[in-house]
Design a protein around this ligand. Structure first.
Ligand code: C2E
Ligand code: CA
Ligand code: CA
Length: 331
């Protein structure tokens, strides 16, 4: 009878890693906690991983307090229709200002929140805040779309759609003006019936975007089956679009794919007018990036929104000037 088909071995050395037998066993177990790189079944203890995991534990426990102690805030980064210069909406981006650690970037704390389970509370907080703010934003721009980032782990929860229904009702918001951004890796998350999870949201009427498109491995068949409302090109393909032929090909192809699937495209990471003009020539509908604005605290975003509701024609004129300057044949 075949009883055991998987053995994992943690390796630690005396006296290199530990001075007592108890510590040696602990080090062996700690080595096991780190995923091996190439699927090996043995793991060598590495002091750097311990420091790293201690740091992660410290951040995870500080993150628990962050919500209660009011250290979190939402920033908003505008999204603009490239053809008209009109405001499409904004992406809500989480910020964490810790009294000792300072400004902790989301790229650092979101993965820790995901692996420690704190992400559920964080996501609830973000959704609640974002929809409260959306109520104020639609006073200035009734068709304003608010985009909210959702983690793969959040898709497993059955109670989040209920939270959406409750908040949308409470604030009397149009669900079609709420966009959920799911990273491409989230949509390929193993063990999650994405299509089913997304159906719950579709029934409510909120829209779904595939975020960081191009960084994962989704097939065309998969994209078509999922029917995303929006495809978001990751900034890594946009930031060098002017010089990189590969990035140009990727962006152009993404726009073509989106068109044939009936989705629209948002490009993030637009930092200058040349990149914007290139993306526009590929048929990309909406842009986001430092060229338009950095992510702003809510009050600043409201001020920006107020000022930019009026300046759309100026923007279009600028665009024409840019087109004349670079020469239409270049893109
Ligand atoms: P993302 O969803 O890809 O968000 C876009 C990131 O690109 C933001 O970084 C934004 O500040 C940055 N960005 C936008 N335009 C430009 C540009 O022109 N140039 C450059 N260099 N960067 C630009 P941020 O705010 O640091 O967020 C990083 C990531 O953290 C996000 O990537 C998202 O994956 C995650 N994140 C942020 N807020 C939340 C949240 O509320 N929930 C979840 N689950 N994830 C979040
Ligand atoms: Ca996003
Ligand atoms: Ca991205």
């Amino acid at each position: 009878i075949h009883l055991i088909d998987k053995v994992e071995i943690g390796v630690a050395n005396y006296p290199l890693h530990a001075s007592t037998s108890l510590q040696l066993v602990q080090r062996g177990l700690q080595a096991l906690a780190v995923k091996p790189l190439h699927g090996e079944r043995w793991h060598m203890f590495n002091i750097e991983n311990v420091t790293l995991s201690q740091r992660r534990i410290a951040i995870a426990s500080a993150l628990k307090e962050a919500i209660e102690c009011d250290q979190l805030s939402l920033f908003f980064q505008p999204q603009i229709y490239l053809n008209t210069g009109k405001v499409h909406g904004a992406e809500a981006l989480l910020r964490w200002e810790h009294p000792q650690l300072g400004n902790v970037p989301p790229d650092l704390f979101i993965p820790i929140a995901e692996s420690s389970g704190i992400i559920s509370d964080l996501t609830e907080w973000v959704i609640t805040q974002a929809l409260q703010y959306q109520k104020k934003m639609i006073v200035l721009l009734p068709e304003h779309i608010v985009s909210i980032n959702i983690s793969a782990k959040d898709l497993l929860r059955k109670d989040l759609p209920v939270l959406f229904i409750t908040l949308l009702n409470e604030h009397q918001l149009n669900p079609a003006n709420v966009m959920l951004e799911l990273t491409e890796s989230a949509t390929l998350f193993e063990g999650v019936d994405i299509k089913n999870a997304l159906n719950d949201y579709r029934l409510i009427g909120v829209k779904i975007a595939i975020d960081d498109f191009g960084t994962g491995y989704s097939s065309l068949a998969y994209l078509s089956k999922m029917g995303f409302d929006e495809i978001k090109i990751d900034k890594q393909f946009v930031m060098n679009i002017e010089y990189s032929k590969n990035d140009q090909t990727i962006c152009r192809a993404t726009c073509d794919i989106a068109k044939s699937l009936g989705s629209y495209v948002v490009a993030e990471g637009i930092e200058d007018s040349q990149s914007m003009a290139k993306l526009q020539s590929y048929g990309c509908e909406v842009g986001q990036g430092y060229f338009f604005s950095r992510p702003l605290p809510f009050d600043d975003y409201m001020q920006w929104l107020e000022e930019n509701l009026e300046t759309t024609t100026v923007f279009v004129n600028d665009l024409e000037k840019v087109v004349d300057l670079i020469g239409k044949n270049n893109y």
